[in-house]
Design a protein around this ligand. Structure first.
Ligand code: 5GP
Ligand code: MN
Length: 339
């Protein structure tokens, strides 16, 4: 985003606008934090702002300031479509292509509103008038901080905005440990704490509110963990029957793949989660070092993401999907053994 873009956006936002803010489907901490952080900022500038998420999200994200003002497209499709059709400006946050918004794809693609993208995923589509895309960024929340700062409004960041932005930086950096975490990330985090983000409470709200069933499901997932030493890979599977047994709720499988990646010597981890309702296997891939799970997912699993964290899907059965994963590993052995 160059100086001209910033000055154009400043001009654009200098009078009240109807603004819709959208994250990707199955919103995570960064998606919720960045959209609500931007929402609070725009409200301060007297815009008529509305966050619309494609579908529902986990309860460990439902405490965030502004949560009650979020509208869910899947639940209120026609009202949400109307807001999108009437919008002057649409901010698209934490995704790189309209298809990442699921059922919102068409209404977004057909809207005449001016689009602003803020995102840190690889290979962004070219739909936005103003595009702030940077794959080196830890999180979209970190980018929203920079965006507000570039607009000269760092001093407007209050406790609500700080809380939202802290949330997404925390979740997308694995609590500040992934290698996308820079000294700048830490400086921003320090500023957000000074501006009122209660770091300890935010960690507690996200990570220490497990249900008993969720921990039992984790136990089941760890029992299903398999290692493929020659590829330095490990994977976990969860069938629909297993999810049902532990009364699976949205968000219960979040982060489980990281246990596979935490094994000493493992550089590639996968989790395969059966979704009978959608008729797909949802795949999460994680890696350490240089090995790109973004490339692997794009090539084999209809997805993408970042170098060290990507998602994808398969329309094969759970077993066939795992067989496919195992069968493609030898072609990556050289990279995996040098990662
Ligand atoms: P997760 O495994 O947690 O679903 O996703 C990991 C990362 O990859 C997240 O940043 C997510 O936004 C991204 N991601 C997940 N699924 C897809 C996909 O189908 N396409 C792309 N481009 N990115 C994805
Ligand atoms: Mn993100």
């Amino acid at each position: 985003m160059n100086k001209q873009d910033i000055s154009n956006i400043k001009q654009l936002l200098s009078s009240p606008k109807k603004i819709v803010i959208v994250p990707h489907k199955n919103p995570d901490g960064d998606a919720i934090g960045s959209t609500l952080g931007l929402y609070h900022y725009l409200i301060k500038h007297h815009h008529n702002a509305q966050v619309i998420v494609p579908n529902d999200y986990p309860s460990f994200l439902k405490w965030v300031p502004g949560n009650d003002n979020i509208r869910i497209h899947d639940a209120e499709t026609s009202a949400c479509n109307q807001l999108i059709n009437n919008a002057d400006v649409i901010f698209t946050l934490d995704f790189n292509a309209f298809h990442r918004t699921g059922n919102m794809e068409t209404v977004l693609a057909e809207s005449d509103a001016l689009k602003v993208m803020i995102d840190h995923h690889q290979a962004p589509d070219d739909y936005a008038t103003y595009m702030y895309s940077d794959v080196s960024m830890s999180s979209t929340c970190e980018m929203v901080y920079h965006f507000i700062d570039l607009l000269g409004d760092e001093s407007l960041i209050d406790t609500n905005i700080a809380t939202c932005l802290y949330l997404g930086i925390m979740t997308d950096t694995g609590s500040f440990r992934f290698n996308c975490t820079t000294s700048t990330t830490h400086r921003i985090i320090a500023n957000l704490i000074e501006k009122g983000a209660d770091n300890s409470a935010i960690h507690n709200n996200v990570y220490d509110t497990n249900s008993f069933e969720r921990l039992q499901l984790l136990g089941c997932a760890l029992t299903n963990l398999k290692v493929i030493p020659e590829s330095r890979a490990a994977y976990i599977s969860l069938s629909q029957e297993e999810l049902n047994r532990y009364h699976y709720k949205k968000g219960d499988t979040e982060g489980i793949v990281n246990y596979a990646l935490s094994l000493d010597g493992v550089v590639l981890a996968a989790i395969f989660i059966e979704d009978k309702q959608e008729g797909i296997i949802k795949i999460s891939l994680r890696s350490k070092g240089e090995f790109s799970v973004n490339n692997m997912s794009r090539a084999h699993f209809n997805g993408g993401g970042h170098t060290n964290a990507a998602g994808g899907r398969s329309e094969l059965s759970l077993n066939k999907t795992i067989e496919k994963f195992i069968s493609i590993l030898p072609s990556y052995n050289q990279d995996l053994n040098h990662a």
